[in-house]
Structure formats: structure tokens, C-alpha cells
Design a protein around this ligand. Sequence first.
Ligand code: 13P
Ligand code: SF4
Length: 312
Amino acid sequence: MEIKKEIRELLRNKNAILLAHYYVDAEVQDIADFLGDSLALSQAAAETNADIIVFAGVHFMAETAKILCPNKKVLLPDLDAGCSLADSCQDGDFENFVKENPEHVVISYVNTTARVKALSDVICTSSNAKDIVESFPENQKIIFGPDRNLGDYINKITGRSMKLWNGACHVHQEFSLEKILKLKNENLTAKILAHPECSKPILTISDFIGSTSALLEFSVKDDSQIFIVATESGILHQMKKESPLKLFIPAPGENDSCDCNDCKYMKLNSLKKIYNCLLHESNQIFVETEIAKKALMPIQRMLEISKFTKND
Ligand code: 13P
Ligand code: SF4
């Protein structure tokens, strides 16, 4: 309790704001100034008047905030909080992919490094990917990276045939179709909710597909009393808070011996690390000026297209 109070006091005294993603630990979610999915968090970063942003999330999220707010201090509680999806798309390889496909517009998921963003025409998140793709004419050739599952899903719902980068997230890739079907059999009235980063077989059997915010909203509005949730486990905290009488079952992964639906990077954001980085104003995120300049344009283009998609 004490450390939570001390963090809140430091935040107040330093005119700082704590932004947190739904995938971080419950105790961190509970003290955040703003909790949201990737889009809502980048919108919040773009709009804040705080001098310091503490980002309880992963590196690409803090980097995006720094690109949007170059004059603010952006702190990441643990600098090792990376992302397996962003890692699956190295900028040198992606640059070659872009060069091999001239005449293509480049749409990159926000889960990328600043260098990959700098090679892109527009950024998207899971909650606005469909809108971003549909902002281009139907005959526009498009490269979409790095998540092949999200890209494949967007191709399906828009009827496009974007060229996809072959990347994936280790958490969403791991869910077991067989075990989810077994759970469904044991809970026949349950609805299956899935993040679009899940693989095609999981998406095919799902009742609802959406970003973390969209899954949360669906779980509140839908009449079902039981949900099997195929995304990172952190979101269950808000689902249970919003609907305490409903039952939320985390979808199991292939491997029984790991907490497969925990993102090990998101879970690095402990209260102690938040306190320390804020106290010492350490773990600052910096982005090379030239790269930041190039990456800002596609991020701003996304925010412009999503102006009216305030999902939190
Ligand atoms: P959201 O767009 O739902 O926040 O997705 C973020 C993420 O990292 C999914 O793994
Ligand atoms: Fe990256 Fe996957 Fe973690 Fe999201 S859940 S931050 S995509 S590794």
C-alpha cells in the first residue's frame, strides 16, 4: 500500500503521468492515471500536459510516446521490456522487403521499432487496422507488417490482398485450439474472445475478435456469463472488475508447463521499478532525431485517421 501512495505522490510532485497497458500486472493497472490499449495510450501520450510520462508497457510503446512528445521525459520502468513481435521485424530486412515491393504503400503495426516506423507510410494498431487499410483505395497495393495473423485477418474482413510480413507474437501464437475447444465443450454457453494476433484456427472458432479494449467492451455489453479469453492474461483483471458476476477463463496455451498467456515483457513493470525510475528519472527513452522525424509522420497520420475512434 505504501509504495502505491509514494508513486502517486511522486507523480503529483513531478507533474508526471503513469500510462499503463491492460497487459501489465493488476496492481500497476490500479494506480495508473490512464489505462488503455495501444491506440488509446498513444492518443493519451499525444495529449498530455505532463512533463514526465512513465510508460508501464513495452519499449515500442514508450518509443512512440517519445516520438510524439520529444520535449517530455519518457521513462520505461524496465528497459528490457521488449516485444517478440517487434523483434520479428528487423529494420534492415524490412527495408529490403519494402524495396522489393515498389508501388506498395507500407502499413506497419505499432508493435515495431522506430526504425521500422520510419520506413512506413502509416502506422496502425489492432483497434484501427481495418479503418487504416480502408482509408486507401481498393486497388492500392499494400505491404502490411509485421504481424501475419492480424494482416491475414484484415485481408479477410476487407477483401484486400495485402502482402504480409511473416512475424508473430509469442503469446498470441501459443494458444491451443484443442484445449480451447475442450473448454468450450465443458462450458457450452461460453463465448470465445480473441485478439487478432491469434492464429487463424483460433480466430475461426472465436465469437468475437478485437483489440484489448474491444474485447473488454464486448465482455461488458454481451449477455453471456462465461467467456474464454484468448489474449494476454492481464486484461482479465479489468474484465472481472467491470463484470464481477461473470466468469472469465484464460485460454490455455500448447505448453502446460509455462504461463503462456503472460507476456513476460509486460510483466516486467513492477511497482518497485516504477517507483525507482520515477524517483531517479532514470530509464529514459531516446530516439535518434532523424529517425524520430521520419517515424512521426506515419504515427500522426494514424492519429489523424483515428481521431474519432476514442476507444477509452
Ligand atoms: P492492443 O492494440 O490490443 O493494445 O495490442 C497490443 C499488443 O501488444 C497485443 O499483443
Ligand atoms: Fe509484444 Fe506479444 Fe507482448 Fe504484445 S503480448 S507486447 S505483441 S510480445
